[in-house]
Write a protein that binds this ligand. Sequence first.
Ligand code: HPA
Length: 267
Amino acid sequence: MTDTVEFINQKTGNFKPEIGIILGSGLGELADEYCDTAIPYNEIPNFVKSTVKGHKGRLVFSQINGKKVVMMQGRIHFYEGHTMSEITYPVKVMKLLGVKTLILTNAAGAVNESFRPANLMLITDHINFTGTNPLIGINDDSMGERFPDMTEVYDKSLIELAEKCAKNLGIDIQKGVYWANSGPAYETPAEIKMAKLLGADAVGMSTVPEAIVANWCGMKILGISCITNAATSNSGEKLSHDEVIKAANIAKTKFKALVLEVVGKVS
Ligand code: HPA
């Protein structure tokens, strides 16, 4: 990891970000608008490339509303065939760069039937249904404990702050539990029924691995889901990636406004 951090520090002139943002499907525009230095993943030692349509694949550094920020423009997903350890490597690198607060964003399907496409949901908790855990393997005791507590992965004060920011901006906000599957297949109606029964409000294919690692190494986490569709059994209609990207596009203006406001107000 030292070679990765040294390479990045050399490229950015020792820029020390305090906030990290991982930008989900269709939400990457923020890193086009705020970009002082950008480093493609494929140039960074030990990084893997992102292969998803609509994801760029670069680390972007910028000053936003008075805060130093590093953004992942293009997330690396488990379903692309990378290991859990590979997809969460950037979170550990962010920690070593100085990041204290991590904002995780994603596109998600609504399990909760009162949610509508283009709604934003603050993640209050998660259910890891990926079938594995990014912390499996030898524990790096210098970064975190072997058996990390998970009682408050999503920081309550950040949720409150985001709610206040949303209110000031006139943005309707939902709150709920995010359920993570491995993907890449969307869920069957029976799977959505199960997720609903077990307490999920939204379902997606990301965020949870990064949240587990960020919590382990002591970061404060805020999770924001952009609801892009009714999950399979709720709509009775077929679902496509294009539908997801279309809804994320509709929501992106308020999504960006909310993230910018939160970044400016984080202490
Ligand atoms: N399921 C899983 N992942 C998703 C969905 C969904 O319905 N929408 C956006 N990402």
